[in-house]
Design a protein around this ligand. Sequence first.
Ligand SMILES: [Cu+2]
Length: 160
Amino acid sequence: MKKLSFALLLVVSLTLAACGEEKATPAPTTNNGAATSAPSTGGGSSAITIDAADGGTLAYKTTAVEAAAGEVTVTFNNPGALAHNVVIVKAGDEQPAVDASMASAPDFLPPADKSLGHSKTIATGASDTFTVSLQPGTYSFICTYPAHYTAGMKGTLTVK
Ligand SMILES: [Cu+2]
């Protein structure tokens, strides 16, 4: 009898969910997109994707992204017409990373002590994946190719 009423309840709630667009259900976690990639390394791992803007725009299409603390796999896609990169820094550390990148033509990437991790500088149509280990906090992802950060090529990475 108990089993029967449970089954009935299940059917009723499924029916409600199917036709009612129930708003009471908790929001799905934001890293559902990671489910298809990479075997789990035992908690605290997540995968994010950052896309550059199309054409000659000095911006990212992705302007804000969240990740779980720990090892974060970052996939960077560049559909734009210009070379771009993704450099992860703590919020506030953007300009020193940009300044330190100017000397390293043609890729214009910062030295190891000026960023927490970065992609390669990639041309139009290319993608690159890298990993970075992050504590909870607020980070910026920026393009250190000359003039791109100044023009607004930056986004926010929130790690929880
Ligand atoms: Cu750029």
